[in-house]
Design a protein around this ligand. Structure first.
Ligand code: AMP
Length: 174
């Protein structure tokens, strides 16, 4: 599975800035069978965590975030960059591999006491997923796990997430 996915991921050097090798996952989306296999793999792991909702991080975290939430028949909560959501929001600012950013969710999206699975396409420094976890816990929820398609393990992003949950799953790691 890991090799299958690695073959399809495209490396784009120096994007969005010099020195970053961008892992482009969009070629996977052109292969429906592989997309389905990935969904099944994520769903299998997610089921064991018994989440009440999936939080998916803009924008590539929406692809499988929603599919996994659908597979488990639970709500999907979009995490967006500041200024994109129309209703009242709760937000958190954080540093990432290139620059800094602020993410937010609708203030009524996360239910107090619920168990949340946080999903994104790629784990780099962990700043983005940790910011999402910060928002979830601030809203009175518990993070039951994280899932990523890709983990850039040499950046040790997992270290930023362990305080929220030890369940950190990725299908591919570099
Ligand atoms: P981080 O907060 O450093 O873990 O960065 C994770 C977020 O930035 C994810 O939403 C990724 O999509 C994106 N990202 C960071 N580095 C890369 C990379 N080398 N290739 C593709 N996406 C990346």
């Amino acid at each position: 599975m890991e090799e299958k996915i690695k073959k399809v991921i495209r490396d784009v050097p120096d994007f969005p800035k010099k020195g970053i090798v961008f892992k482009d996952i969009t070629p996977i989306l052109e292969q429906p069978e592989l997309c389905r296999l990935i969904t099944q793999e994520f769903a299998k792991h997610a089921k064991s965590l018994k989440p009440d909702a999936v939080m998916g991080i803009e924008s590539r975290g929406f692809f499988w975030g929603l599919l996994v939430a659908q597979a488990l028949n639970i709500p999907f909560i979009p995490v967006r960059k500041k200024g994109k959501l129309p209703y009242k929001t709760v937000s958190h600012r954080y540093d990432l591999e290139y620059g800094s950013a602020e993410i937010e969710v609708h203030e009524d999206a996360i239910k107090e006491g619920s168990k949340i699975l946080i999903h994104d396409d790629l784990l780099a420094t962990g700043g983005t997923a940790a910011a999402a976890a910060h928002i979830a816990t601030q809203q009175g929820a518990e993070v039951c796990g994280f899932s990523f398609l890709v983990n850039l393990s040499f950046l040790n992003g997992e270290e930023h997430l362990k305080t929220y949950s030890q369940n950190i799953d990725s299908l591919v790691s570099y």
